[in-house]
Design a binder for this molecule. Structure first.
Ligand code: SF4
Length: 359
């Protein structure tokens, strides 16, 4: 059962005496996160899918708990090498909707811009796990310029979602260039960044980085966070720096078995988000990326959590529970639905009432 408590941060951890990112099984053993017997298993998985745990994340892990919800998100497991039915290397059809390198154009009025495929950490359930963390993972100047040209040439593009990988891994100077270029495109009204950096590498959210995100246009940031313990004090401070700079924050959460598929944990996470001025936006049903079956819940369980949240937290704390349709057909809300075919509507306690009222 995942813990719902706030961060019970352990002592500051080091890898070989240094505060550095763990990128190998031996690093995790040196930091006291896994026993030495697991090094070979971790190396085998990390040779297939990138691995990284920042010092901030290492500090959050409780190594004595074999089901620690932070460790499970980032420490490789042999189960990632097992495939489940329906899994695909491109589960949401990014490739088939990419007109130029670094752009995904799925809906008419918005595009994804992916200038970098590096991340501060590598989530074991990532839907882009086949693409992130490789050797060549940043757009060249020419590729970025072609991607921006595509946005310029398509006047229907109202919103640009800068994602990755993690765009906040870019140096502030390069981020500033991208923001300025988008700011100058008259038909683009909204620039949205998607990032894991504020929770997994909060020190990176520096004054310089926040300044690089400033624009005349509306700039939003969606923060990926799956467990209340991830919103530790340093992460809260990073979110505060963004919010204080006038950047509205959204929360993105992936529903993960054994990590947050528990209503008390989810409630605690959503309340922590709203307390930190992060509006819960999406609760994602886990995409069908290879080797992620051990993280997947059923949609019935996801809906049951959403239904129970309805009576426990205010509308401000409610995300939309969504599924990205495999193949790139887009994202849709998947309930629960309160309006019934028999002409009744269900309240938060499960009682049904005719609508419109009879008599
Ligand atoms: S930070 Fe995002 S893109 Fe990077 S590994 Fe995690 S889920 Fe994937």
């Amino acid at each position: 059962m995942p813990k719902a408590s706030a961060a019970s941060a352990s002592a500051s951890r080091s890898v070989g005496g240094y505060r550095r990112t763990a990128r190998r099984g031996a690093d995790l053993a040196a930091a006291g996160i896994v026993p030495e017997e697991r090094i070979a298993e971790i190396e085998k998985v990390a040779a297939r899918y990138a691995m990284a745990l920042t010092p901030a994340v290492l500090d959050l892990i409780e190594p004595v708990d074999p089901a620690d919800p932070i460790a499970r998100q980032y420490v490789p497991s042999a189960r990632e090498l097992e495939s489940s039915p329906g899994e695909s290397i491109d589960p949401i059809g990014d490739e088939s909707h990419s007109p130029v390198k670094g752009v995904v154009h799925r809906y008419p009025d918005r595009v994804l811009l992916t200038p970098i495929l590096h991340c501060p950490v590598y989530c074991r359930f990532c839907f882009r796990r086949e693409r992130v963390g490789g050797d060549v993972a940043t757009l060249t100047e020419a590729e970025l310029s072609a991607a921006l040209d595509y946005v310029r040439q398509h006047e229907q593009i109202w919103e640009v979602i800068v994602t990755g990988g993690d765009p906040l891994m870019l140096p502030p100077e390069r981020l500033r260039k991208i923001v300025r270029a988008l700011d100058e495109i008259s038909h683009v009204a909204v620039i949205r960044f998607h990032s894991r950096v504020p929770v997994s590498d909060p020190q990176r959210v520096s004054t310089k980085l926040v300044a690089a995100l400033q624009a005349k246009k509306a700039v939003w940031a969606a923060i990926h966070c799956n467990h209340p313990r991830e919103l530790a004090p340093a992460a809260e401070a990073a979110c505060r720096r963004l919010a204080d700079a006038g950047i509205p924050l959204l929360g993105q959460t992936v529903l993960l078995k054994g990590i947050n598929d528990d209503v008390a944990v989810m409630e605690s996470l959503l309340r922590a988000m709203v307390r930190n001025r992060i509006k819960p936006y999406y609760l994602h049903h886990l995409d069908l990326a290879p080797g992620t079956g051990h993280f997947r819940t059923g949609i019935t369980e996801g809906r049951a959590i959403m239904r129970r949240l309805r009576g426990r937290v205010s509308g401000l704390c409610q995300p939309s529970y969504v599924l990205d349709i495999p193949g790139g057909y887009g994202k849709v809300p998947i309930g629960p639905d309160y309006l019934r075919d028999d002409g009744t509507v269900e309240d938060w306690q499960g009682a049904c009432h005719p609508y419109p009222p009879r008599g």
